[in-house]
Design a protein around this ligand. Structure first.
Ligand code: F2R
Ligand code: MG
Ligand code: MG
Length: 353
């Protein structure tokens, strides 16, 4: 029995709470990170962010909801696909992505994804994978769009680890045909799935990093149809994460040189993992909240760049470990789409049984 399966038997009552925690963490990271997307933040901005979170978490006040972006819009499509089909049906998913985008296009989608969704609409998704294969001159997108929406697949497979990678690949290829994007989505999904099946008290950074290193090694060692191996970029990033975690207070420049914060999957999926690992254990310089979700999100946003997506992916991993109790209802009530995600979290859990 795999290490993941062994834990499932022990903790089954907590699993629905972890489904909620992970989906809420993803929504919260998207909604709170979105206003800062593309910004370059300074050390002093940590205080501003602390006040921003204190206000949202404090006594309820009336204000427009914090809008979610493409990250959550596409996550909802994946949720619907899994709840309806109990698996990934690529034509169904392509249709949901198209309907969602053309109903509500102003959610900050990447230009490659917009082009793919436009072609899918024009071709009625007869071949649901072709537009993604043709994008960026036939290279496929290496963006983080496949990873940012992968939480529902990781949760659905919490008790079927042998299916996880295949389902992530199927879900990714509808819009992202580049191996860097797909492997990034696999890395993110493995981290979420691992955390769902762990008690916070027994969780150790090194155990998760060892597990991911082993899994990624297999992926990056595998040969394609031409007998070629893919670049070992994610293996190297995991090594960089270990090095950075040994430093007490690495500078933002050091983090950017090693991990990055752009919408390329390779420059954001490992960054999100690093944010979670750095922040979950205890308060640290400039990030003094006693709540691990708050520390994770505040820290992710201070790194600037692709803040909605990095915070969303980091929040999803954190929520998968701690469950819904780590997030106050007050802050969630400020997020657009919370009630819908709440009910879909329950439906996803039922579909996964
Ligand atoms: N697009 C954004 N943010 C931009 C600004 C939003 C603005 N605030 C607004 O409201 O309009 N955010 C969202 O995009 C990221 C997910 O991107 P996805 O879905 O992967 O899109 P895409 O276009 O495929 O890839 C992203 C960019 O990466 C570069 N790129 C990707 N593959 C490439 C290749 N093979 N060759 C060259 N460049 C490639 C392109 O610049 C793409 O546009 C998330 O951050 C989400 O929040
Ligand atoms: Mg976004
Ligand atoms: Mg983004």
């Amino acid at each position: 029995m795999s290490r993941i399966a062994a834990k499932v038997l022990m903790d089954s009552k907590k699993i629905p709470l972890k489904f909620k925690g992970s989906l809420y963490g993803a929504l919260l990271g998207d909604c709170t990170g979105a206003p800062y997307e593309g910004d370059k933040l300074q050390e002093g901005d940590k205080t501003t962010l602390k006040r921003y979170f204190d206000k949202l978490e404090g006594p309820m006040f009336k204000s427009p909801k914090k809008s979610y972006t493409d990250d959550t819009a596409q996550t909802k499509c994946v949720l619907k696909c899994l709840i309806t089909n109990k698996g990934i049906e690529q034509k169904f998913l392509a249709t949901e992505f198209v309907k969602e985008y053309f109903t509500d296009p102003n959610r900050g989608y990447g230009r490659g994804t917009v082009a793919v969704l436009t072609k899918l609409r024009q071709t009625k998704a007869v071949d649901p994978l072709r537009p993604a294969q043709e994008s960026f001159g036939g290279n496929g997108s290496h963006g983080n769009g496949a990873a940012m929406r992968i939480t529902p697949v990781a949760l659905f497979c919490y008790n079927k680890s042998e299916k996880l990678k295949d389902m992530v690949v199927q879900c990714s290829l509808v819009t992202h045909a580049n191996a860097l994007s797909v492997n990034g989505a696999i890395l993110q999904a493995l981290a979420v799935q691992y955390c769902v099946n762990r008690e916070p008290e027994e969780f150790k950074n090194d155990d998760l990093l060892d597990y991911l290193t082993e899994e990624i090694k297999q992926l990056e060692e595998a040969v394609d149809e031409f007998g070629l191996k893919s670049e070992k970029v994610y293996g190297k990033k995991l090594d960089d994460i270990r090095t950075l975690l040994k430093k007490e207070n690495p500078s933002i420049d050091d983090l950017m040189n090693k991990l990055g914060n752009s919408p390329a999957a390779v420059n954001s999926v490992p960054t999100a993992l690093y944010c979670f690992l750095r922040a979950h254990g205890q308060p640290f310089k400039g990030i003094d909240s006693s709540n691990p979700m708050r520390r994770t999100l505040e820290y992710a946003i201070t790194l600037g760049g692709d803040t909605d997506t990095i915070a969303s992916m980091a929040g999803s991993i954190c929520g998968a470990l701690y469950g819904e109790e780590v997030i106050s209802e007050n802050i969630l009530a400020h997020c657009e789409g919370f009630e819908e995600i709440k009910s879909m979290a329950g439906e996803l859990y039922n579909a996964s049984q």
